[in-house]
Write a protein of this length. Sequence first.
Length: 483
Amino acid sequence: MMNPGLFRSVFPRVIFLLVIAGSLAVNILRFVNTKEIPYGCHIDEIGIVSSIRCIATEGVDPLLHPPALFINLFFESPRAPTYVYPGILWGKAFGFSCASMRAFSAFLVVFGIAGLFFLARRLWGWQTAGWVVFLASISPWMWALSRIAFESQVAASFFIWGMYFIFRRASRWNAFMAAFMLGCAMYTYLPFRLVVPLVLPLFFWARAERGALNKGWHPVFWPALVLISVPLVQGMLNGELMGRFNELCLVSKNNLGAGGGFFALKNALGMFVHNYGLHFSPHFLFVQGDDNVMFTSHFGGILSWPDMLALLFGGVLFAWSTVHRKARLFCKDRRILVVCVICFLVGFVPSGLTNVQVPNALRSIGAWPFLMLLGGFCIREVQKRVPLAAVLAVLIAGTFACVYLKDYFGPYQARSRGMFDFWSYDMAKNARTNEDWLNFMYFNRHKDFTLQYYLMEFKGDSCSQARQAWVGFNKFLDERGIQ
């Protein structure tokens, strides 16, 4: 019979190795077949991939203009420098295809998951960090997003590392890195320009419980954050970066009306409460997730089966601590847990403030890190008291990962292809095979960036050649009255 002491010391290590091995396996699969799954290339992907290629090869954007800090091609949605310019280095190493840039997005998401591991280890130790990274690795909320070649979802990675540097040892270097990473998050995706200011005071409140930041920390952090944010604030004030805000936000002038007024604000508040509540509907959490199949695969909601188990464990722990108050459960962790819950709720605020495609898994991505932290903490705390609960969690997580990934690498390809302009992709492949580019150009004559991208990727044109081909072809058609 095994010695109980040996069991208590060996068993957690075995579980830790299992969850780390599972996390590594899943994250390796994150890079598999980005060329065909999703099938095709979305217009947002084409815009950002073309921008990266053109800047890297010719020093211009796809319109042949000198590149700016933010690349604004269409939809009043400027592309972030925190993705475009690092993407140049990635492209030089691995190519400038849509598939390669999807792998770049996956890499940045894995970078964020690594940040979650180090943050959880800092807060609660290795064992909890293992569970956090396991939940994050198999999270359906982030999986589909991580394999799309645009920048919005990777803002969460910068945000996570910003948190980590706040909770690290109080040094000037960590203060600068915290400011830099949080600044990158705000540059990368508009919702974090609201989330970061809202949650920063909570981070400092939680950090104080684990040791005060020294006097040299704040004089580095705040000036660095302000200086980093100057171009961002300028872009917001001059309207360059406010196109999507004005279009989507309930409290923008476009939606409130020129005069605004009490009743307009009251209606906006009512819509916000309704939209915010939609993010907690069973349909969004458990059944389908986001209506947009780009953002979630529609195999279940945004919560995985182990996420649900972690929530169940959390409810049991909360009930137990309420009944047995004298046990003083989680005393040393209470403040950080409260902050994680509040920040999770705050993460849905930007999405609730929008007027279309609600609930939205992408706009609420600021809540995702806190769900992973809370879930990993709850599973580990139950494991401490009931060790075999870890076996149940591993079995459920492993089963979920298998069936979810089987669906993603199988039926999801057909289910999502309509969102990724698969017809243009197929036509471009046929044009390359048959060397019939005129037919391809005719059917894509109104989609300039799509045409340019495939001329560069499949035909081998340079950025300027592809742009001039589109301009010249349309001029030729216009002269002959062909629409």
